[in-house]
Design a protein around this ligand. Structure first.
Ligand code: 9Z3
Length: 313
């Protein structure tokens, strides 16, 4: 048995998982004939130290990349499965900062609260986009907290989208833990400090991109992100990932500069995308440029696949 198969040999958490699978099926079937579908993963996974979890290992990702990208995919006409960490940055809502909201409200005659004129002008286009997407039911919200929740849902979503290849796309922006504690080694109850200093051994998570590309979604356009902190190794690592998993695109980014530049790596080619000074002044988000580029490559991929299918017939 492959390592990744062992991971899925245990059952997923009941209830929420079955509901998510039903939602995925219904969403994909409803949209497949009308528009391309993208799975956007977003935010960081947690690794619990106890089954009744008090403590867990987490990472830095707030989910800004995934939430912003979701809005731009919707603009490009995609239906989006937004698989995100619970309570991470959310599309549309991200523009409304909770603290600022209190400053944005003023009391009207009769005691009713309303947005100030200035804030209303800012919020109105976001509200309109959100309402349009909601009416068209083009956004499916699925959430995870732990690494395990994430992996089960990733597999289910990929298998569902495979039914609608090649017009489905995976955009894997979530920051997924490389380490975990296997179910059998995890403490049932809160680890007691009275037992002295804590030594934890984290095992390596099986590389899920491997079955994802070759077994669960072989017909899909798969885009993964590679995160590094050392600029000297980014392209090398991104290229290695591409060669190892044989998917379509790796987007390399550095923790320190991820908001202004990324490198798109395909076989034999790497292309730096960097916001110009003018774009920064105009508050252009790098996700807008990334998503436009990914969509254009996805369109080419679809044309090639359809041509190949026609030739084969
Ligand atoms: C990314 O590299 C994302 O761009 C960020 C976005 C997590 C940096 P934020 O949430 O950050 O907007 O603050 N995601 C992928 C990270 C990852 O875990 N990649 C794996 C790796 O680098 C490969 S799948 O090994």
């Amino acid at each position: 048995m492959e390592e990744w198969e062992q991971y899925f040999s245990k059952n997923p958490a009941p209830g929420a998982y079955a509901l998510a699978c039903a939602q995925l099926k219904e969403f994909c079937e409803r949209h497949a004939n009308y528009c391309p579908i993208v799975l956007v993963t977003s935010g960081g996974t947690t690794v619990p130290l106890e089954r009744n979890t008090v403590r867990f290992v987490d990472n830095f990702s707030a989910g800004t990349r995934g939430a912003a990208s979701t809005e731009y995919f919707l603009d490009e006409g995609y239906a989006v499965i937004f698989l995100h960490r619970d309570k991470s940055v959310a599309p549309f809502m991200r523009h409304l900062h909770p603290g600022v909201l209190l400053d944005a409200l003023e009391e009207q005659e009769g005691g009713r609260l309303a947005l100030t004129q200035q804030h209303s002008a800012q919020v109105h286009p976001i509200w309109q986009s959100y309402q349009r997407v909601k009416k068209e039911k083009r956004l499916l919200w699925l959430n995870f907290t732990t690494l395990s929740d994430y992996l089960w849902l990733l597999r289910a979503a990929t298998q569902c989208l495979q039914q609608h290849a090649p017009s489905s796309l995976l955009y894997l922006a979530a920051a997924v833990s490389d380490f975990y504690i296997p179910q059998d080694n995890i403490s049932e109850h809160k680890i007691q400090s009275s037992s002295g200093p804590l030594t934890v051994t984290l095992e390596l998570v099986p590389k899920m991109l491997s079955p994802l590309v070759s077994i669960w979604g072989p017909g899909l356009f798969v885009t993964s992100f590679k995160l590094e902190t050392d600029g000297g190794m980014l392209i090398e690592k991104a290229t290695a990932a591409l060669r190892r998993y044989k998917h379509n695109l790796v987007i390399g980014n550095l923790l320190q500069t991820r908001r202004e530049e990324v490198t798109l790596v395909t076989e034999g080619n790497s292309c730096l995308v960097r916001l110009s000074e003018q774009q920064k002044q105009d508050n252009v988000e790098i996700e807008k440029v990334i998503v436009q580029e990914v969509c254009s490559r996805h369109r080419n991929f679809i044309s090639r696949q359809l041509q190949e299918n026609n030739t084969a017939q």
